[in-house]
Design a protein around this ligand. Structure first.
Ligand code: NAP
Length: 490
């Protein structure tokens, strides 16, 4: 007999224990041998004063088992600094969040019959979700959007490999590269560099707002969508809505050797403990887990049983009854739906069956490019100036001449001042709102190289006159390309 798999199970908050119990019961009824290591995270942990929401014992369990089935975790308002969900994803560098959205027989939607069957692969650790935020003044906040080549490569390769293994035809990259050229643009650039390695797959890039539009209009055109974190967060919920809603939306977070499986929905506190929530999302997430564990046959049988149950209408949960105008009072309970799926093991739906996959388990992708210090040492890198952000009550018409005076006698000149990214000095004739935070750009005359001593001297001079300075950014040129963007109107 094969060895039991080790899996960390986190029941979670609100409806979490009920939906996790449902999935565990079905897996056990199917006869898959799993040693569940129960661990905690979320609300109760925050309440005990652990501000991470993920205790050391839970981290150690995941280090050991490398596979997690988890219920939703509540992010309390007022205590607990960060979302425990995001912490878990980041701690274990689960860089690819995979969310399938496939039409389900028995779950009527506006798009029924169109053949919606897509997977959204969302970058899971970078972008604005790096969570690096600073107030620049009492009334101006800033959040850093971090996108790396390596992080982009990992998730984009993952998406192409997944498409290949699932026999899918197309990967769509969805970004806002037209506006954020150095971050979203980097992601797009990596996609375009990698696409030729997968010649059998159609690779296209669409602007994210158009993707939202197309998803609402003609969702069946999409196959695999790969995108940055915030874009993916939004469009994957949108995609869930196309195929029946959060009660049906499953997900897996994949990293290098660690994978975390969870429903897309949250803890739905108003339904907690009432045995009424739809467990399908978590059951289908556990099906993804079984594929990851190599239990392909069991995964297929459980997926078939869920689809057969939904198709037959043998057990209709409240959310579905509401959507179909059915009798909510008579709807199946969470445990009743679970019983129905267990009874359906061995059955297949007559239509709209599961997707046949050439191979079972999803890929684990590693970057293929060189990220060594030696590689970076070979890239020409020059610093030509500074952006200094200054919280100030004086307008740019007064600040500008003052900064020009301060730069006198240094290797730098004031190139421009901007307010929220729009050039305001030298005057443009327009007057965007002044929010009390200006950015002054100093560059060397003739764009010559600036050394740190010169940059620090300039910064000290500015700080002496304008103590409201809040942060600085060096202006780099990498391999001949500007590592900074122009201001709007510059
Ligand atoms: P939510 O828990 O997902 O619930 C929002 C609504 O979605 C519910 O009221 C219900 O709609 C519907 N819903 C959710 N799960 C369902 C299911 N299994 N079956 C049927 N309907 C379902 O979102 P929230 O209320 O915004 O968030 C609550 C807490 O969960 C927050 O603390 C949030 O931070 C956390 N959260 C955690 C995760 C995670 O752990 N990955 C994800 C999202 C949110 P109706 O009211 O229309 O019935």
């Amino acid at each position: 007999m094969s060895q039991a798999h080790q899996v960390t199970v986190i029941p979670g908050d609100g409806v979490g224990p009920e939906v996790v119990r449902s999935a565990v019961r079905i897996i056990e009824a199917e006869g898959v041998r799993i040693d569940w290591e129960e661990a905690e995270a979320g609300l109760e942990v925050f309440k005990r004063g652990d501000t991470s929401g993920v205790p050391a014992a839970t981290r150690e369990s995941i280090e050991r088992t490398r596979v997690v089935l988890k219920g939703p975790l509540e992010t309390p308002v007022g205590f607990g600094e960060k979302s425990a969900n995001v912490t878990l994803r980041k701690l274990f560098e689960t860089y690819a969040n995979v969310r399938p959205a496939r039409e389900l027989a028995g779950v009527p939607t506006r798009y029924a019959g169109e053949g919606v069957d897509m997977i959204i692969v969302r970058e899971n650790v970078e972008d604005l979700y790096a969570g690096i935020e600073h107030m620049q003044t009492p009334d101006v906040g800033q959040c850093l959007k971090i996108i790396s080549r390596k992080g982009s490569e990992k998730v984009i390769r993952y998406a192409f490999e997944l498409a290949r293994r699932e026999g899918r035809q197309k990967v769509t990259c969805a970004t806002k590269a037209n506006i954020m050229k150095l971050t979203e643009g980097l992601f797009k650039g990596v996609f375009e560099e990698l696409a030729p390695e997968y010649p059998e797959i159609v690779a296209e890039h669409l602007i994210i707002d158009n993707v939202a539009h197309q998803l609402a209009k003609a969702p069946a055109q999409f196959d695999v969508i790969v995108t940055t974190n915030l874009n993916g967060d939004i469009i994957s919920d949108l995609a869930s809505g196309l195929v029946g809603g959060l009660g049906f939306a499953s997900s897996g977070n994949y990293g290098d050797g660690v994978a975390i499986f969870e429903a897309v929905h949250g803890s739905a506190p108003k339904y907690a403990g009432k045995d009424v929530i739809n467990p399908t999302a978590l059951i289908l997430s556990s099906v993804m887990m079984l594929r990851h564990l190599g239990e392909v046959k069991a995964a297929d049988r459980i997926e078939d049983a869920v689809l057969a149950t939904l198709e037959s209408g043998a057990a209709v949960t409240q959310d579905l009854a509401r959507q179909t105008g059915g009798d909510v009072e008579q709807a199946a309970s969470t445990s009743g739906f679970t019983d129905a799926v267990i009874a359906a093991l061995g059955h297949r739906p007559s239509r709209g069956g599961r997707r046949e996959r050439p191979t079972g388990s999803p890929p684990t992708a590693l970057p293929g490019w060189d990220y060594s210090p030696a590689h970076y040492a070979g890239i020409d890198r020059r610093t030509i100036g500074l952006d200094i952000f200054i919280a100030t009550e004086i307008g740019s018409d007064v600040l500008g001449p003052d900064l020009e005076r301060i730069a006198g006698g240094t290797p730098f000149e004031l190139e421009m001042i901007s307010s929220r990214g729009t050039k305001v000095y030298p005057p443009t004739g327009l007057s965007p709102d002044d929010v009390g935070l200006l950015r002054a750009r100093f560059v060397t005359r003739d764009r010559g190289v600036a050394v740190d001593a010169e940059l620090l001297e300039l910064q000290a001079r500015v700080a002496a006159q304008h103590p409201g300075w809040t942060h600085i950014e060096k202006l780099h040129i990498f391999a001949g390309h500007d590592g900074f963007t122009k201001a709007q109107g510059q």
